[in-house]
Design a protein around this ligand. Structure first.
Ligand SMILES: Nc1ncnc2c1ncn2[C@@H]1O[C@H](COP(=O)(O)OP(=O)(O)OP(=O)(O)O)[C@@H](O)[C@H]1O
Length: 281
């Protein structure tokens, strides 16, 4: 019988990548009350790539995802320390100097942060409004647009989310009347309508049938030319099909990260090998 791996306690793996880093995580620790859910995570998330977070239930994938856009602010007793930054190159001289946004800074505008870093949840959660109003919700809140501009933005977002053709004739019908897969693509359209740089996806296909799952995976792959995507998934085929990089977590620690193909075919750590082969988890 296979045994679960022992989480490593020292020398957390560090990523060095030729790709441009958009999110830098260094020595990140997080707690719920006295319980430490994340231990000294160090990981760079590359711009315009899909990064999959994998690992057994309770290993901290969602906790990390929710710190990236400060969703944990609403969880009583949740706190974090370490570095969690959104990196931006300064304009102009091209010297590559970075202007970091410290995501953990309590004084930052979290509403603005969540515009930059959108999130799509496990279960599609459209508002009980029309399809149009779901997509227009964020832009109405954050942008000054004319009716024509809003119409254009709603269409653009639904096109990007690959659901326009299915809903264009019933934009003012109820979003809750759509199928699960259509609702999830609508939620992606709603997330991208406010112009984020990053899309976080927490098991976005776990409530969907296989055909809708494949449609969302294709979409994720398409969207990465414009967005940086982080996806939490329990589905190994999904991680290998639609991500460029994979990070494997166990018991709140990052065990291994790298190119998805390498993590799945030639992992460096035995624990990763056991997990991706389905020996535990
Ligand atoms: N709101 C909370 N209060 C207390 N503990 C929590 C809370 N949310 C998560 N935890 C604990 O933190 C640990 C990490 O949970 P998390 O949800 O991040 O894991 P996960 O890897 O995403 O799991 P799953 O794959 O089952 O969704 C778990 O032990 C979990 O019980």
């Amino acid at each position: 019988m296979s045994t679960a791996p022992t989480a490593q306690t020292d020398n957390p793996p560090t990523v060095t990548s030729a790709d441009q880093t958009l999110i830098r995580i260094k020595d990140l620790c997080a707690w719920y009350g006295d319980y430490q859910a994340l231990h000294n995570l160090t990981l760079d998330i590359a711009k315009n790539q899909v990064t999959a977070f994998i690992g057994p239930s309770g290993c901290g994938k969602s906790t990390l995802l929710k710190w990236i856009n400060r969703m944990n602010d609403i969880v009583p007793g949740a706190r974090a320390k370490g570095q969690l930054s959104l990196l931006h190159e300064t304009d102009g001289d091209g010297a590559g100097k970075s202007k970091d946004l410290n995501i953990l800074d309590p004084s930052i505008d979290v509403v603005a942060l969540r515009r930059q870093i959108g999130i799509v949840f496990q279960k599609p959660n459209p508002f009980p409004k029309s399809i149009y109003d779901n997509v227009a919700f964020g832009p109405r809140l954050h942008m000054k647009t004319t009716k024509a501009e809003l119409d254009e933005l709603v269409e653009w977002s639904l096109q990007k989310a690959a659901v326009w053709d299915e809903v264009k004739d019933r934009l003012h019908g109820p979003a809750l009347g759509l199928s699960g897969g259509q609702q999830q693509r609508l939620c992606i359209a709603r997330a991208i309508a406010v112009g984020p740089e990053v899309l976080l996806m927490d098991e976005p296909c776990s409530a969907l049938d296989p055909a809708s799952t494949l449609a969302i995976e294709d979409l994720i792959f398409e969207l990465r030319s414009q967005y940086t995507i982080v996806i939490v998934t329990h589905n190994m085929q999904q991680a290998s099909r639609c991500s460029d990089r994979t990070a494997f977590f166990f018991e709140g620690r990052l065990i291994e990260t790298g190119d998805t193909k390498q993590v799945f075919t030639k992992p460096e750590k035995k624990e990763t090998d056991d997990y991706v082969r389905g020996k535990f988890g």
